[in-house]
Ligand binder design. Structure first.
Ligand SMILES: *[C@@H]1O[C@H](CO)[C@@H](O)[C@H](O)[C@H]1NC(C)=O
Ligand SMILES: *[C@@H]1O[C@H](CO)[C@@H](O)[C@H](O)[C@H]1NC(C)=O
Ligand SMILES: *[C@@H]1O[C@H](CO)[C@@H](O)[C@H](O)[C@H]1NC(C)=O
Ligand SMILES: *[C@@H]1O[C@H](CO)[C@@H](O)[C@H](O)[C@H]1NC(C)=O
Length: 325
């Protein structure tokens, strides 16, 4: 005990010094990231990118980033990466802000924000398509095909009310990393495309990806504003199953509860408990009993508190002592 005391004192001191060093003072300022850019990398997909501030004072603090998407739809999240991909509609533009935040230590102040934006694509108002609706249809393929299912896509839309007569629209879809342009259009009386049919697509009807549909256009008289929309495939084929599943689960739970209740009642009535579970005889204890004694001693002069914890086995084979000052 006496030999160990200085060693543990040194250890304690070292821990305190280390903690003080780790504890950042109020002058430690977090700087916002630099070179924040937003780039459209695909249909309805953007890449947000930034760099850590090179002037940032290095301390033993882990840093992360708080990203706030302002448009087209508010969203915010934190990340330790310096880039982030988002799937989003882009015809209304896209804007976001990012700040440096302490990753674990909430006592530190986050940095100021830096912002960037992707402007809405140009075009005359009222020229983009409206009322876009898309449906998918899944059909089993014959066995000679590589893919067992074949998903077709059919989209219809209305011509923008201020679109010139010579407007022509073009539709593209993206599913995952696959992008395809429509080859089979239906036309209105002015020969403008108003519907599209893909007999087979790269869409996985069981996948979780969002389907992105993008329609742009051209005209001699005006710049045609593009339009894009995201479709959740699961929102179209699986909704009917949900209420049924829920009620089925509730019924199963209710049945289980009822059975358990009935069983416990029967058990009580017939005193089955004692028959099924006879009282367990207390095992003869061969285990050596374990004693823990805690003594507090206060020495009046030095105000030091001494805690002595001693563990002693009854058999006296080994004695362990530990002291903390
Ligand atoms: C930010 O961008 C500028 C110009 O493109 C470049 O010179 C600089 O190195 C970049 N900063 C960082 C930290 O990457
Ligand atoms: C197109 O959609 C708007 C609302 O988004 C609706 O008011 C209008 O009736 C729709 N037009 C047609 C022809 O379906
Ligand atoms: C199966 O697919 C092959 C190749 O696409 C086609 O030639 C054949 O007629 C199909 N068979 C049936 C029964 O549809
Ligand atoms: C429409 O978008 C596609 C894909 O981004 C592009 O290749 C094409 O040039 C665009 N067409 C017009 C008329 O803007």
């Amino acid at each position: 005990v006496i030999i160990m005391a200085p060693a543990s004192l040194i250890l304690l001191g070292a821990t305190v010094i280390l903690q003080v060093d780790l504890l950042p003072d109020k002058k430690f300022l977090l700087l916002p990231p630099v070179n924040f850019t937003i780039k459209a990398i695909n249909l309805a997909q953007v890449l947000l990118r930034w760099e850590p501030n090179t002037d940032q004072e290095q301390r033993n603090v882990q840093l992360g980033y708080h990203v706030k998407i302002n448009a087209p739809q508010e969203e915010d999240y934190e990340t330790r990466n310096t880039e982030s991909r988002r799937i989003t509609i882009l015809h209304k533009g896209f804007s976001a802000s990012v700040q440096t935040v302490p990753w674990n230590d909430r006592s530190l102040q986050p940095s100021s924000w830096v912002s960037a934006e992707l402007r809405a694509p140009p075009g005359s108002p009222g020229t983009s398509i409206v009322n876009l609706t898309c449906t998918t249809n899944t059909k089993a393929n014959n066995y000679t095909h590589l893919r067992p299912y074949q998903v077709s896509l059919h989209c219809t839309w209305l011509v923008g009310k201020d679109a010139p007569e010579d407007t022509q629209y073009f539709l593209y879809y993206r599913y995952g990393s696959w992008t395809e342009e429509c080859q089979e259009y239906s036309k209105d009386t002015l020969q403008r495309n108003i519907a599209c049919w893909f007999p087979r697509t790269f869409i996985n009807s069981k996948g979780r990806d969002l389907l992105a549909v993008y329609v742009n256009g051209s005209s001699e008289e005006a710049v045609i504003k593009p339009f894009d929309e995201l479709f959740a495939l699961h929102a179209i084929g699986n909704d009917e199953q949900k209420p049924w599943t829920k009620w089925f689960l509730i019924a199963v739970m209710a049945t289980i509860c009822f059975i358990l209740l009935t069983f416990s009642l029967i058990c009580r009535i017939c005193h089955l408990w004692t028959k099924v579970f006879p009282p367990v005889p207390a095992p003869k204890s061969n285990i050596k009993e374990f004693f823990v004694t805690i003594n507090y001693e206060k020495t009046g002069s030095s105000e030091t508190e001494t805690e002595v914890i001693s563990y002693a086995e009854e058999a006296g084979s080994e004695t362990l002592e530990d002291s903390v000052f």
